[in-house]
Design a protein around this ligand. Structure first.
Ligand code: C5P
Length: 236
């Protein structure tokens, strides 16, 4: 289903920069990801300017609220033109919220759940009130199984968690993996990293890559090189 698994994180508040990146990267990546930094600054109009470049968009707004509010928030986002290809919510919003979200989306976009943020170590999630006898990976796998039961299409997880998530769910339950770094790239603030090839070998379906592409002197060349390392013949 996903031909080019590279999803480039267009993390900027600047519409012109995001639009230029989307245009130059389109031949080499499968998706562009617009998150809070962009959407809170540029709004629906900024989103539409970037999406009109033709790159399918992952709108990474991580909704988390009561079921009714999330459902109507998603309905509003589904009115964007062109519509996002992928959208996400927090799985910790619970089963009723996830079911309401799936019903609101009704197959019009892939609906992805954020399980445990990859920025949280086990000590952090236990401090936040998660059961201390379970690791972050176990919590993430349990939330992924619940997300699947509620009709979601996949979850965000780190590369080392992909196998556990797949075995708790199904092979075709999508795993969207950030923290991707080519072997020669700086790790920056990411902790649990994998190379693009290693993440795919773990079974990842989509690779979220930001600064190794957008921070390169020549972003299109960086994306092309990563795609070549994956032996992808064509984009998207
Ligand atoms: O620049 P970098 O490759 O680290 O960008 C990764 C992108 O993935 C960022 O947009 C970040 O917000 C997002 N992300 C992440 N870890 C998560 C969820 C999303 O790094 N658990």
């Amino acid at each position: 289903m996903i031909k080019n698994p590279i999803c480039v994180a267009l993390d900027t508040p600047d519409v012109a920069r995001a639009t230029a990146l989307a245009r130059s990267l389109r031949p080499h990546v499968g998706y562009g990801k617009l998150g809070m930094e962009f959407f809170y600054a540029a709004g629906p109009q900024g989103y539409e300017a970037v999406a009109r470049e033709g790159l399918p968009i992952f709108l990474d707004l991580k909704l988390h609220d009561i079921p009714n509010t999330v459902a109507f928030g998603l309905r509003s986002l589904m009115r964007l033109e062109p519509r996002p290809a992928i959208i996400n919510i927090h799985a910790t919003g619970g089963a009723d919220m996830m079911r309401a979200a799936a019903e609101a989306i009704d197959g019009r976009a892939l609906l992805i759940g954020v399980t445990i943020l990859t920025s949280l170590a086990d000590a952090d999630i236990h401090q936040a009130g998660f059961a201390e006898n379970l690791s972050g990976r176990e919590h993430a796998s349990a939330l992924a199984a619940l997300a699947r039961d509620c009709g979601l299409d996949g979850v965000v997880c780190s590369a080392p968690d992909v196998r556990a998530v797949k075995s708790a769910t199904a092979r075709d339950f999508l795993t969207v993996v950030p923290g991707i770094r080519p072997a020669d790239a700086a790790t920056q603030d990411q902790k649990r990293i994998a190379t693009p090839r290693a993440a795919l070998d773990e079974g990842a379906d989509m690779l979220v890559i930001g600064r190794p592409i957008t921070g390169a002197a020549d972003p299109a060349e960086a994306a092309r090189a990563i795609a070549a390392s994956l032996e992808l013949s064509h984009a998207s």
